[in-house]
Design a protein around this ligand. Structure first.
Ligand SMILES: [Zn+2]
Length: 381
């Protein structure tokens, strides 16, 4: 047990030193030791390891620093993460370097959501993109995948994804077999939260990402990592029961939180009285001052505010980031939500920051990149 812990600490320290160089480089060994609260011997050992593994390089852009140690930089050309976001009808694939910069990105429409067809699309696109973009000097860490649903992150099995109608799909195994790359899979909101926390300048002590879209979900980041709960189901707030006599939810229960907020429920509410095709159309009607449309959206926003208040009660985070198609794609709803932030006590008292996700569309891909990169670094010999 002691040996295992030491090994774990060693891997954690390596990753943290590397991430510090990525974030703050060019940086010196002594500053790293100070910031990491490490002895100079430990920091030198880790830095030498990272130099040997070619994960970092010495900064000789102004010529080698004679007699003095050179500053350290991430070797951003060396490491490439293949990142994939699976969404309804679309698969987005990107190559992302060690600094989190997108080298190449493509969006493919998949006509079907049949799991084996999706795997075919992915393996074909991965082959195309890596052949075209990489020259062979790079180290590919593997494939990181973000998608909605309850996922076992250690096996990469999709336990349930109601949106795709998938149950117990061994996605990581299937893609590993088709591509020969190492594969990690996780829930897209959890990965978005991970990336938002990692790339934000101001570090939060605890951060919650909440998503309002086809469903309602949340993800908590604490100590720079995802909080999962005992079986990785933490954050599934969309299925908190608000009213046992309420509308039937996709999960089979009644009156779940998401039945008052999620897109399809708002549309079916609208269709009880009007012929409405899309969310865009519903918002258009509200903007034309049609009272029935305004009240459907106002009601949804008041449940969103209630969700934020409940999140504060459960997690007491220092920041909440709001995301999801209802907010990110519809300025009208986002503005209404912003106007209601003052109804959240902690926000009004100045104890909580509430902001729109900064990484927007790219959040899930950036999180997938971070996941596969960390996995690679933590498993280096
Ligand atoms: Zn439900």
């Amino acid at each position: 047990m002691v040996v295992k812990n030491q090994e774990y600490i060693k891997q954690q320290n390596r990753r943290e030193v590397l991430e510090m160089i990525i974030r703050n480089g060019p940086i010196s060994k002594s500053i790293i030791a100070k910031k990491m609260n490490m002895s100079p011997t430990s920091s030198t050992r880790i830095v030498n390891y990272l130099l040997d593994s070619k994960l970092v390089v010495e900064d000789i852009s102004n010529g080698p620093n004679k007699g003095k140690r050179n500053l350290l930089l991430p070797n951003k050309k060396r490491i490439v993460n293949i990142c994939i976001e699976i969404d309804i009808d679309t698969v987005t694939i990107a190559l992302i370097n060690l600094k989190g910069e997108i080298i190449s990105e493509a969006r493919v429409f998949a006509a079907t959501m049949d799991a084996s067809k999706v795997v075919q699309v992915i393996s074909h696109e991965v082959k195309l993109m890596t052949e075209k973009q990489l020259d062979g000097d790079e180290m590919v860490t593997g494939i990181g995948i973000a998608m909605p649903g309850i996922i076992n992150p250690s096996t990469g099995t999709v336990k349930v994804s109601t949106q795709f109608n998938w149950k117990d799909v061994p996605l990581a195994d299937m893609i590993r077999e088709a591509t020969d790359y190492d594969v990690k899979v996780d829930n897209e909101l959890k990965l978005k939260a991970l990336a938002e926390n990692h790339y934000s300048i101001r570090k939060e002590s605890s951060l919650v990402m909440v998503g309002f879209g086809n469903g309602v979900g949340s993800a908590l980041i604490t100590n720079d990592d995802i909080y999962r709960g005992s079986s990785n189901a933490s954050g599934e707030i969309g299925h908190i029961t608000l009213d046992p006599m309420g509308p039937r939810c996709t999960c089979g229960k009644y009156g779940c939180l998401q039945t008052y907020i999620a897109k399809d429920f708002l549309l079916s509410d609208a269709r009880k009285s009007h012929d409405i095709e899309s969310m865009e159309e519903l918002i258009e009607k509200a903007q034309l001052n049609e009272q029935w449309a305004i009240s459907i959206l106002d009601k949804a926003v008041s449940y969103m505010i209630l969700t934020l208040n409940n999140i504060v009660r459960i997690y007491n985070p220092s920041a909440i980031y709001v995301s999801g198609i209802l907010i990110e794609n519809h300025r009208y709803i986002h503005e209404k939500l912003e106007n209601g932030y003052h109804e959240v006590d902690a926000f009004r008292n100045g104890d909580l920051k509430i902001e729109l996700t900064q990484l927007k569309d790219e959040g899930a891909l950036m999180g997938a990149s971070l996941m596969i990169q960390r996995h690679y670094i933590e498993h280096l010999a």
